[in-house]
Design a protein around this ligand. Structure first.
Ligand code: ADP
Ligand code: MG
Length: 234
Protein backbone atom coordinates (compact mmCIF):
# COMPACT_ATOMS: atom_id res chain seq x y z
CA UNK A 1 0.00 0.00 0.00
CA UNK A 2 2.15 2.92 -1.23
CA UNK A 3 1.54 6.39 0.14
CA UNK A 4 1.63 9.59 -1.87
CA UNK A 5 1.88 12.80 0.13
CA UNK A 6 1.32 15.86 -2.03
CA UNK A 7 1.85 19.44 -0.91
CA UNK A 8 0.62 18.72 2.59
CA UNK A 9 0.34 21.62 5.02
CA UNK A 10 -1.08 21.66 8.50
CA UNK A 11 -1.69 24.95 10.24
CA UNK A 12 -3.43 25.69 13.51
CA UNK A 13 -3.94 29.04 15.26
CA UNK A 14 -2.03 30.76 12.45
CA UNK A 15 1.01 28.55 13.03
CA UNK A 16 2.24 26.29 10.23
CA UNK A 17 3.27 22.96 11.76
CA UNK A 18 3.67 21.05 8.49
CA UNK A 19 4.87 23.09 5.55
CA UNK A 20 4.34 21.79 2.00
CA UNK A 21 5.51 18.21 2.52
CA UNK A 22 5.52 16.02 -0.57
CA UNK A 23 6.89 12.50 -0.72
CA UNK A 24 6.20 8.98 -1.84
CA UNK A 25 6.46 6.05 0.52
CA UNK A 26 6.43 3.08 -1.77
CA UNK A 27 9.55 1.08 -0.95
CA UNK A 28 9.76 -1.83 1.45
CA UNK A 29 11.61 -1.69 4.74
CA UNK A 30 11.80 0.84 7.51
CA UNK A 31 11.29 4.55 6.93
CA UNK A 32 12.47 6.74 9.80
CA UNK A 33 11.15 10.29 10.15
CA UNK A 34 14.04 11.97 11.97
CA UNK A 35 14.19 15.42 13.45
CA UNK A 36 14.53 17.41 16.67
CA UNK A 37 11.72 17.88 19.18
CA UNK A 38 9.00 20.08 17.75
CA UNK A 39 9.93 19.36 14.13
CA UNK A 40 6.41 18.13 13.39
CA UNK A 41 7.07 14.37 13.34
CA UNK A 42 4.03 13.41 15.41
CA UNK A 43 1.76 15.76 13.47
CA UNK A 44 2.97 14.31 10.16
CA UNK A 45 2.38 10.75 11.38
CA UNK A 46 -1.15 11.67 12.52
CA UNK A 47 -1.86 13.28 9.16
CA UNK A 48 -0.66 10.13 7.39
CA UNK A 49 -2.99 7.96 9.47
CA UNK A 50 -6.01 10.23 9.04
CA UNK A 51 -6.20 11.37 12.68
CA UNK A 52 -5.69 14.93 11.47
CA UNK A 53 -6.78 16.38 8.13
CA UNK A 54 -4.33 18.51 6.11
CA UNK A 55 -5.23 22.18 5.76
CA UNK A 56 -3.77 22.01 2.23
CA UNK A 57 -2.62 19.21 -0.04
CA UNK A 58 -3.61 15.57 0.21
CA UNK A 59 -2.48 12.10 1.18
CA UNK A 60 -3.39 8.90 -0.67
CA UNK A 61 -2.71 5.31 0.28
CA UNK A 62 -2.98 3.16 -2.82
CA UNK A 63 -5.24 5.86 -4.23
CA UNK A 64 -7.59 6.00 -1.22
CA UNK A 65 -7.82 8.46 1.65
CA UNK A 66 -6.08 7.88 5.00
CA UNK A 67 -9.45 7.42 6.73
CA UNK A 68 -10.69 4.85 4.19
CA UNK A 69 -7.49 2.82 4.60
CA UNK A 70 -7.05 3.23 8.36
CA UNK A 71 -8.00 -0.40 9.05
CA UNK A 72 -5.00 -1.55 7.01
CA UNK A 73 -2.55 0.28 9.25
CA UNK A 74 -1.55 -0.15 12.87
CA UNK A 75 -0.39 2.80 14.95
CA UNK A 76 1.69 2.74 18.12
CA UNK A 77 1.80 5.96 20.11
CA UNK A 78 4.61 7.32 22.24
CA UNK A 79 2.57 6.65 25.38
CA UNK A 80 0.60 3.48 24.77
CA UNK A 81 -2.97 3.36 26.03
CA UNK A 82 -3.70 0.16 27.95
CA UNK A 83 -7.14 -1.06 28.91
CA UNK A 84 -7.59 -1.50 32.66
CA UNK A 85 -7.45 -5.27 32.24
CA UNK A 86 -4.90 -8.06 32.16
CA UNK A 87 -2.20 -8.17 29.51
CA UNK A 88 -3.92 -11.17 27.88
CA UNK A 89 -7.29 -9.38 27.91
CA UNK A 90 -5.72 -6.36 26.18
CA UNK A 91 -4.59 -8.63 23.37
CA UNK A 92 -7.87 -10.53 23.25
CA UNK A 93 -9.79 -7.26 22.92
CA UNK A 94 -8.12 -6.64 19.56
CA UNK A 95 -9.15 -10.10 18.35
CA UNK A 96 -12.71 -9.50 19.50
CA UNK A 97 -12.87 -6.23 17.53
CA UNK A 98 -11.46 -8.07 14.55
CA UNK A 99 -14.32 -10.62 14.81
CA UNK A 100 -12.12 -13.60 15.60
CA UNK A 101 -14.35 -16.34 17.14
CA UNK A 102 -13.91 -16.71 20.90
CA UNK A 103 -12.67 -20.29 20.60
CA UNK A 104 -9.73 -19.30 18.41
CA UNK A 105 -8.59 -16.42 20.60
CA UNK A 106 -6.57 -18.09 23.40
CA UNK A 107 -4.03 -19.65 21.02
CA UNK A 108 -3.59 -16.35 19.18
CA UNK A 109 -3.23 -14.43 22.44
CA UNK A 110 -0.58 -16.88 23.61
CA UNK A 111 1.31 -16.64 20.33
CA UNK A 112 1.23 -12.83 20.35
CA UNK A 113 2.53 -12.67 23.93
CA UNK A 114 5.29 -15.19 23.22
CA UNK A 115 6.31 -13.28 20.09
CA UNK A 116 6.64 -10.05 22.05
CA UNK A 117 8.49 -11.59 24.99
CA UNK A 118 5.53 -11.16 27.34
CA UNK A 119 4.72 -14.87 27.63
CA UNK A 120 4.94 -14.96 31.41
CA UNK A 121 2.98 -11.73 31.99
CA UNK A 122 -0.43 -12.62 30.54
CA UNK A 123 -2.29 -12.36 33.85
CA UNK A 124 -0.66 -9.10 35.03
CA UNK A 125 -2.68 -5.89 35.01
CA UNK A 126 -1.51 -4.20 31.81
CA UNK A 127 -1.14 -0.83 33.54
CA UNK A 128 1.43 -2.29 35.97
CA UNK A 129 3.82 -3.22 33.15
CA UNK A 130 7.06 -1.28 32.75
CA UNK A 131 7.26 1.30 29.98
CA UNK A 132 9.13 -1.08 27.69
CA UNK A 133 6.71 -3.94 28.34
CA UNK A 134 3.73 -1.67 27.63
CA UNK A 135 5.31 -0.58 24.38
CA UNK A 136 5.88 -4.22 23.39
CA UNK A 137 2.26 -4.99 24.24
CA UNK A 138 1.14 -2.05 22.08
CA UNK A 139 3.21 -3.38 19.18
CA UNK A 140 1.85 -6.91 19.69
CA UNK A 141 -1.71 -5.53 19.53
CA UNK A 142 -0.96 -3.65 16.32
CA UNK A 143 0.65 -6.77 14.86
CA UNK A 144 -2.46 -8.89 15.50
CA UNK A 145 -4.41 -6.80 13.01
CA UNK A 146 -2.04 -7.98 10.26
CA UNK A 147 -1.51 -4.44 9.01
CA UNK A 148 0.11 -3.62 5.69
CA UNK A 149 1.75 -0.63 7.36
CA UNK A 150 2.68 0.10 10.98
CA UNK A 151 3.22 3.68 12.14
CA UNK A 152 5.22 4.11 15.34
CA UNK A 153 5.65 7.47 17.07
CA UNK A 154 8.90 7.63 19.10
CA UNK A 155 8.35 4.06 20.31
CA UNK A 156 11.36 4.06 22.66
CA UNK A 157 11.25 7.60 24.06
CA UNK A 158 11.93 7.37 27.81
CA UNK A 159 13.12 3.74 27.70
CA UNK A 160 16.48 2.56 28.99
CA UNK A 161 18.94 0.81 26.62
CA UNK A 162 17.81 -2.72 27.49
CA UNK A 163 14.12 -1.93 26.98
CA UNK A 164 14.96 0.02 23.82
CA UNK A 165 16.79 -2.97 22.40
CA UNK A 166 13.81 -5.27 23.06
CA UNK A 167 11.41 -2.85 21.36
CA UNK A 168 13.75 -2.37 18.38
CA UNK A 169 14.04 -6.16 17.95
CA UNK A 170 10.27 -6.42 17.93
CA UNK A 171 10.01 -3.67 15.29
CA UNK A 172 12.58 -5.49 13.14
CA UNK A 173 10.66 -8.77 13.49
CA UNK A 174 7.40 -7.03 12.64
CA UNK A 175 8.97 -5.56 9.51
CA UNK A 176 10.30 -8.99 8.55
CA UNK A 177 6.70 -10.23 8.24
CA UNK A 178 6.29 -7.83 5.33
CA UNK A 179 4.68 -4.92 7.15
CA UNK A 180 5.95 -1.52 6.02
CA UNK A 181 7.40 0.30 9.03
CA UNK A 182 7.17 4.08 9.31
CA UNK A 183 8.49 5.44 12.58
CA UNK A 184 9.55 8.74 14.09
CA UNK A 185 12.52 9.40 16.33
CA UNK A 186 14.73 12.25 17.46
CA UNK A 187 17.40 9.69 18.34
CA UNK A 188 20.14 9.72 15.70
CA UNK A 189 21.68 6.46 16.93
CA UNK A 190 18.31 4.75 16.64
CA UNK A 191 17.86 6.06 13.11
CA UNK A 192 21.29 4.68 12.23
CA UNK A 193 20.34 1.28 13.64
CA UNK A 194 16.89 1.00 12.11
CA UNK A 195 16.45 3.20 9.06
CA UNK A 196 16.47 1.90 5.51
CA UNK A 197 15.52 5.42 4.44
CA UNK A 198 15.48 8.69 6.34
CA UNK A 199 13.06 11.58 6.09
CA UNK A 200 14.65 14.56 7.86
CA UNK A 201 12.03 16.95 9.14
CA UNK A 202 12.79 20.40 10.56
CA UNK A 203 10.31 23.19 11.35
CA UNK A 204 7.62 21.20 9.52
CA UNK A 205 9.66 20.98 6.32
CA UNK A 206 10.92 17.79 4.75
CA UNK A 207 14.55 18.72 4.09
CA UNK A 208 15.91 15.32 3.06
CA UNK A 209 14.40 12.01 1.99
CA UNK A 210 17.05 9.50 1.02
CA UNK A 211 18.39 6.00 1.64
CA UNK A 212 19.83 5.91 5.16
CA UNK A 213 23.35 4.98 4.06
CA UNK A 214 23.49 8.01 1.76
CA UNK A 215 21.94 10.32 4.32
CA UNK A 216 24.39 9.43 7.08
CA UNK A 217 27.38 9.43 4.72
CA UNK A 218 26.71 13.03 3.72
CA UNK A 219 23.57 14.94 4.50
CA UNK A 220 23.05 17.73 1.97
CA UNK A 221 21.02 20.00 4.16
CA UNK A 222 23.08 22.06 6.65
CA UNK A 223 20.47 21.56 9.40
CA UNK A 224 20.58 17.79 8.88
CA UNK A 225 24.38 17.86 8.89
CA UNK A 226 24.39 19.84 12.12
CA UNK A 227 21.81 17.58 13.71
CA UNK A 228 23.68 14.36 13.03
CA UNK A 229 26.92 16.00 14.14
CA UNK A 230 25.26 16.51 17.52
CA UNK A 231 24.73 20.25 17.28
CA UNK A 232 21.71 21.77 19.00
CA UNK A 233 20.01 23.05 15.87
CA UNK A 234 17.24 25.61 16.28
N1 ADP B 1 -2.80 20.82 18.37
C1 ADP B 1 -1.77 21.65 18.35
N2 ADP B 1 -1.97 22.98 18.48
C2 ADP B 1 -0.93 23.84 18.45
N3 ADP B 1 0.34 23.47 18.28
C3 ADP B 1 0.60 22.18 18.15
C4 ADP B 1 -0.42 21.19 18.17
N4 ADP B 1 0.14 19.98 18.01
C5 ADP B 1 1.47 20.19 17.89
N5 ADP B 1 1.74 21.51 17.99
C6 ADP B 1 3.09 22.12 17.85
O1 ADP B 1 3.61 21.74 16.61
C7 ADP B 1 4.99 21.52 16.66
C8 ADP B 1 5.31 20.12 16.19
O2 ADP B 1 4.80 19.19 17.11
P1 ADP B 1 5.10 17.65 17.03
O3 ADP B 1 4.61 17.09 15.75
O4 ADP B 1 4.55 17.05 18.28
O5 ADP B 1 6.70 17.62 17.05
P2 ADP B 1 7.66 16.36 17.20
O6 ADP B 1 6.81 15.14 17.24
O7 ADP B 1 8.58 16.42 16.01
O8 ADP B 1 8.43 16.59 18.48
C9 ADP B 1 5.40 21.79 18.09
O9 ADP B 1 5.88 23.10 18.16
C10 ADP B 1 4.10 21.65 18.86
O10 ADP B 1 4.10 22.44 20.02
MG1 MG C 1 6.52 13.72 18.64
Amino acid sequence: MPAAVTGVCYAIDGKTLIDHVSCRLDGPGRTVILGPNGAGKSVLLRLCHGLLAPTAGHIRWGGASPVETMHRRGIVFQRPVMLRRSVAANVEHVLKIKGVPRIRRPALVEAALAQSGLGSLGQRQARTLSGGEQQRLAIARAWLLEPAVVLLDEPTANLDPGATRAVEELIINLGATGAKIIMTTHDIAQARRLADEVMFLHHGRLLEHRPAAEFFAGPRDPNAAGFIAGELIT
